[in-house]
Design a protein around this ligand. Structure first.
Ligand code: DX5
Ligand code: ZN
Length: 220
């Protein structure tokens, strides 16, 4: 069975505590925290303080997705705030230096936090094959980051398949392949079949009349 990571981007930020309780009761497996800096992506969401405030409210793993420039400068804050896993974008790292992604992942690991690399829908996942051995998770974007509620880009499934296949090739069958963006009850089965085992869902969970039913249907 796949895991579901509801994105708190779709929650009411003025009632975050309640949102965390609700998604826990609905059967969520992780809490997906979308961090945006107004530069790598246009909007600004929140920083380490939000993660720190959520931390005591739940035992669920906090899955922190950094959509920010210069991620290395921020790892300390999110690690100390209580993140269980931190993922960083290949695209933000590649424009700094060829080694920046690897160095950032190693920094995350040095804090005893799980790490992952993320690729946008127009980046071939092969670009991050070299860091798979370091990663606990690979995050495949199925929308361009920045906003919740966008339409799923089907070609992202090709990256999911390639990632799953490569993980098997290098003897890492347990690596989490997470998908993020436009996931809903209707497309979840195809996504799971392609090899993703962690499905992020924002609007499909927070917008559902019955949150538990939505989480269960996405898990399969
Ligand atoms: C997009 C974020 C996603 C997004 C998911 O930038 O990384 O996590 O909030 O929301 P939905 O499921 O509504 O596409
Ligand atoms: Zn996300």
């Amino acid at each position: 069975m796949a895991k579901v990571a509801p994105s708190i981007l779709s929650a009411d930020f003025s009632a975050m505590g309640e949102a965390i309780k609700k998604l826990e009761l609905a059967g969520a497996d992780l809490v997906h925290c979308d961090v945006m800096d107004g530069s790598f992506v246009a909007p600004i969401t929140f920083g380490g303080q939000m993660v720190k405030n959520i931390r005591p409210l739940t035992k669920l793993p906090l899955d922190v997705h950094l959509m920010i420039e210069h991620p290395k400068t921020q790892i300390k804050f999110f690690a100390e705030a209580g993140a269980d896993i931190i993922t960083v974008h290949y695209e933000a790292c590649a424009k700094i230096s060829p080694d920046y992604l690897r160095e950032t992942l190693e920094l995350i690991i040095s804090y005893g936090v799980k790490c992952g690399a993320v690729v946008n829908p127009d980046t071939d996942v092969e670009k991050i094959f070299d860091v798979f051995p370091l990663c606990d998770m690979v995050l495949i974007m199925s929308v361009f980051p920045g906003y919740g509620g966008q339409k799923f880009i089907p070609s992202a499934l090709e990256n999911v398949r390639k990632a799953r296949e490569y993980a098997l090739t290098i003897g890492k069958p347990d690596i989490d392949i997470e998908i993020d963006g436009g996931v809903n009850i209707a497309n979840a089965a195809a996504i799971r079949e392609a090899g993703a085992n962690v499905l992020v869902a924002g609007s499909a969970v927070f917008g559902a009349a019955d949150m538990s039913a939505a989480v269960a249907a996405i898990k399969g």
